[in-house]
Design a protein around this ligand. Sequence first.
Ligand SMILES: C[S@@+](CC[C@H](N)C(=O)[O-])C[C@H]1O[C@@H](n2cnc3c(N)ncnc32)[C@H](O)[C@@H]1O
Length: 208
Amino acid sequence: MSYQTRTPEFWEGRYQEGTDRWDLGQAAPPFIRLLNAADAPPPGSIAVLGSGKGQDALLFAERGFEVTGFDFAPSAVARAAEVAQTRGLSAQFLQRDIFGLYPEFADRFDYVLEHTCFCAIDPAQREAYVNLVRSILKPQGELIALFWAHDRPGGPPHGTTPDEILRQFTPNFEPAVFERAQDSIASRQNEEYFARFRVKSVLPTGKG
Ligand SMILES: C[S@@+](CC[C@H](N)C(=O)[O-])C[C@H]1O[C@@H](n2cnc3c(N)ncnc32)[C@H](O)[C@@H]1O
């Protein structure tokens, strides 16, 4: 199971079979809440990792963000691009393995967005995933995330915990917000964590 999820074939198979049950058929409610809030992040360039059928990416496109969605499952990328076109939204969807985005996209984005991507990554690759997120963000960049975290065995598809998320990200990121999500859909109540993690600034050499 673990190694399989590293391949586009595994994910493409789920989309082809129609067993992509993670897809909400709409943008995640915590992201809608964020963009409607007084402290909503101002529009900028945003990379959506594991963008699937583009539900969240297109919400941000609608709100004026310059969106690039990355996913390695071809039918998900095609579907996202098709919906963008139908809705007249400007967003780019690229069929790419996210682990190959550096150095091409180094320091490129104001934001990275992720939703059920960390938990889809093989645990052995998670440190590399955090480094990848850091590497494509600008020095003042921010990760906006909705992590699906539960410690039941298996799923989704590997599972994670709030402790693991903080342990993996805090060496590189300041957790400005990390809280149990409000507005989760019923089947994910109390299992989602909403995060805004800012890139940690590097101290000048010799100052600690
Ligand atoms: C659980 S799904 C979540 C999709 C979307 N974020 C959503 O919430 O509907 C995980 C997605 O990540 C993609 N993915 C997993 N590993 C990837 C990788 N190494 N490179 C690119 N995409 C990847 C899969 O193809 C799948 O679309």
